[in-house]
Structures are given as C-alpha cells and as structure tokens.
Design a protein around this ligand. Structure first.
Ligand code: 8X3
Length: 269
C-alpha cells in the first residue's frame, strides 16, 4: 500500500454509504474525470474508472479505496478502439446507473489554413466516435437501471473561436449527439444531460492541446485569478446525477467568473 495516498475523503463530511448504484467515468485517469470519480465515490456510488493509462487508474482506485464505503474498480479501455469498447460492454454487464462521457480533449489550435488534420482525426475519434460508441454500447445497461448519461462537452460548442475549427467542430458534433439522443429515447427511462465547461485549469488539457509546451499551456490561464478547477465540474456532474430521476438537467454552461464569454477573459496584471 502506498502511504502517500490520502486515507480520508478530500470532501467535507463522511463519505455516504454505498447507495447501491454504479457509475462509470471515461477519461478517469486525470482532470475532470478523476475529480468526478472522487466526488461520485464520496456520494456512495460504486465507481468504474475507465481510461487508457492503467497505472493511473490503479493509483486512483487505491486512493479512493482508502476512504470510500463503496467498491471502486478499473477497466482499461481506449474508447477509440471498437473492440475495446465491446470488451468494456461485456465487463460492465447489466445495470449501470450513471455514465459520465468525459474522455476527449483538444489537440492543436491552428487556424484552418494551417490545420493538421491528423489532430482533427484524433479529436473526432475520441470526442465524437468514441463517445458515441461507448454510449451505444452501454445504453442497454443504463436503460435496465433507469440510468443517467452526462456528456462533458465544452464552451467550444457555444461559439467558434479562432484556431478552434477542429475542437469547436468536434464538441459541436458531440453536442448534436446529446440532443439527438435525448429526442430518440424520450420514451425510455434514461436521462440525457450535458455539462459545458469553460476555462478549467487541469493538469493536462492545455498541455495536450499545445503538444506538451508548458509555457503555452500556462499562458492560457495567465492572470486569471480563479479559473475553474476539475472539482468544480465534478461537483456539477454529481449535482445533475443526484437530482430526482424525473428531473433532466439538459445542459449546464459553467465558466469561471472572470470568463464572461469564450473571448472575454479578465486577466489581472
Ligand atoms: C475547454 C474550453 O475554451 O479551451 O473545453 O475551448 S476552451
């Protein structure tokens, strides 16, 4: 056992007893996904952590397992690989109460005139096709449990910005999927929700976007007194999921106070 791991929940109050519900979080290895897994575990969900990086999932499962009263498990899966998604469906089996479609992200911020279409393919593979495949694969299990799906989109889907054609396009496509799905399954007992985060300072989002260039990644948040942190979005997701089951929160758009719009960010100094 790693004695660096916390032995108490990072949240106020005792973790809830196991509520007999199971939640699956994609992209759980860092950022919003990891924060959401912690929050849901604190609320008493049995959490299934899904991501490509097994060692990160193991460390997070150990951390949560130190204090959570509900079981936590891991499923290594690259959601862009159809065979791995099929295996995930088999591993999950029946009865899933909550799916958090968080895996995805941005790669590059070039103008269209200089766009790297391999980066676009990477973005569409995870944010759009991978998310669609996971949703399709797990829909029967969600329906069996009268479950909820929360898609983590982005304010990139609210309005395009310069250099965002690929990412804004992918997140807009994901948003369209959310809207279509909600219409298609209105007669079934599954809620379809969306959280649309603005500027969230996480370990990896901007670093990935700028191909590991830490200075460029840091510049995104420069002078912003309080960008959102991953747990702010995890808090929103947990709130949406824990409303009474007849209440469907269609979409929450969440930005830091200093970001009034994609283009309007107050920076100090
Ligand atoms: C994150 C928000 O502004 O980088 O999805 O597109 S933004």
């Amino acid at each position: 056992m790693n004695d660096q791991l916390p032995t108490t929940s990072p949240f106020d109050g005792e973790p809830a007893e196991h509520r007999g519900q199971r939640a699956l979080v994609t992209g759980a290895s860092s950022g919003i996904g990891a924060a959401t897994a912690r929050r849901l575990a604190h609320e008493g969900y049995e959490v299934v952590l899904v991501a490509r990086r097994r060692e990160r999932l193991v460390a997070l499962a150990e951390e949560i397992g130190e204090w959570s009263k509900a079981p936590v498990s891991i499923e290594q899966c690259d959601i862009t690989d159809p065979e791995q998604v099929t295996s995930l469906r088999t591993a999950v089996g029946g009865g899933l109460h909550l799916l958090v479609n968080n895996a995805g992200g941005a790669v590059g911020q070039e103008p269209l005139a200089e766009a790297d279409f391999e980066a676009w393919e990477t973005m569409f593979a995870s944010n759009v096709f991978g998310t669609a495949r996971v949703t399709q694969a797990l829909l029967p299990a969600l329906e069996a449990a009268h479950g909820t799906i929360v898609f983590v989109t982005s304010t990139a889907a609210e309005a395009p910005y310069e250099g965002g054609a690929g990412y804004c396009g992918a997140k807009s496509a994901e948003r369209a999927m959310v809207g279509s799905l909600r219409l298609e399954i209105v007669d079934r007992p599954v809620r379809v929700c969306e959280v649309s985060p603005g500027m969230v300072h996480t370990e990896e989002f901007s670093l990935t976007r700028f191909h590991g260039d830490q200075a460029k990644a840091d510049a995104v948040y420069a002078g912003v007194a309080e960008p959102l942190v991953a747990d702010d979005i995890a808090d929103c997701i947990t709130w949406m999921a824990t409303r009474p089951t007849h209440v469907n929160i269609d979409r929450l758009v969440v930005r830091p106070r200093a970001q009034a719009a994609n283009h309007k960010v107050h920076r100090e100094g």
